[in-house]
Design a protein around this ligand. Structure first.
Ligand SMILES: [Zn+2]
Length: 270
């Protein structure tokens, strides 16, 4: 391996794995970088080779957070399927250069991610419809109660069919997925005529009301901030109802279809 000397004259620098934080495409990420570090002054330096690896690590960390396939995943899924880069490119109707770039760190668009998943037949359906979480009734209750506290009014009313609560939950779950790579509740949402609604909500009304929020994993500060943002953005039921009905990701889906979390970036109401 190439030896790098500290430019401040402290002699050779040592290769070291360094944990880094960064904001990439508006998302806070953490990644590991193999760098050279001066044992005397702590100065960090990279090489052309490490720069490429660092770019890839940043891209993959970002993809993990926003729910896109990583370079590693694309490559290993392609190899598992026994496809060459050329064959995958043909299957997707793109140039081989695109496949090469995705496998070395260029972040694919959401639509290309969908096309990749189809071509690679990777079944991430359940994740994409539950926001990378397991459906958890106490968590739904906890988020609902937290929303109520921030709004200063009841959402879980007697005889309520979650007409408004579901939209609050939907925005909170989608926003959490967008910023944290993970929803809050693991709930699936269906595009129904009155807007996004908890899938199978009829069967969920009573279990959610009966659930105990204290049984759920407590909300992190980041998650609380997201709920706070939703409550502030939509102070009244009409606000959340109106906004949800203007969302393309609800409008474009046929009645009853599940709304993928991967489209959280397309929300316009928040
Ligand atoms: Zn030094």
């Amino acid at each position: 391996m190439k030896i790098i000397h500290c430019p401040k004259g402290h002699g050779p620098m040592a290769p070291k794995e360094v944990r880094k934080k960064k904001t990439f495409k508006g998302v806070d990420i953490e990644y590991k970088a193999d760098l050279f570090v001066c044992p005397v002054c702590g100065l960090e330096a990279g090489t052309v080779q490490t720069a490429g690896a660092v770019q890839c690590a940043i891209a993959d960390s970002y993809r993990e957070k926003v729910g896109l396939l990583t370079s590693r995943e694309i490559k290993s899924l392609r190899e598992t399927k026994g496809l060459t880069q050329n064959q995958l490119a043909d299957a997707m109707n793109v140039g081989i250069a695109s496949v090469k770039r995705w496998e070395t760190g260029l972040v694919q668009s959401k639509s290309m991610d969908q096309a990749l998943r189809i071509a690679l037949e990777c079944n991430t359906h359940s994740d994409n419809y539950t926001g990378n979480r397991k459906m958890n009734l106490p968590r739904i209750k906890l988020v609902a109660v937290t929303l109520e506290r921030k709004l200063g009014r009841r959402l879980l009313k007697v005889g309520d069919k979650f007409l408004f609560l579901a939209k609050y939950l939907w925005y909170a779950d989608m926003l959490a997925f967008r910023h944290l790579g993970k929803g809050l509740t693991g709930a699936s949402y269906a595009a129904l005529p009155y807007g996004p609604q908890l899938n199978n909500y009829r069967d969920l009304v009573k279990p959610i009301k009966d659930a105990n929020g204290n049984d759920a994993e407590p909300l992190s500060d980041e998650e609380l901030r997201i709920i706070d943002k939703v409550a502030k953005r939509f102070p009244n039921d009409e606000d959340v109802y109106k906004a949800a009905h203007q969302e393309e990701i609800w409008k474009q889906l046929p009645t009853g279809a599940l709304i993928p979390y991967s489209r959280a970036g397309e929300l316009t109401g928040i």
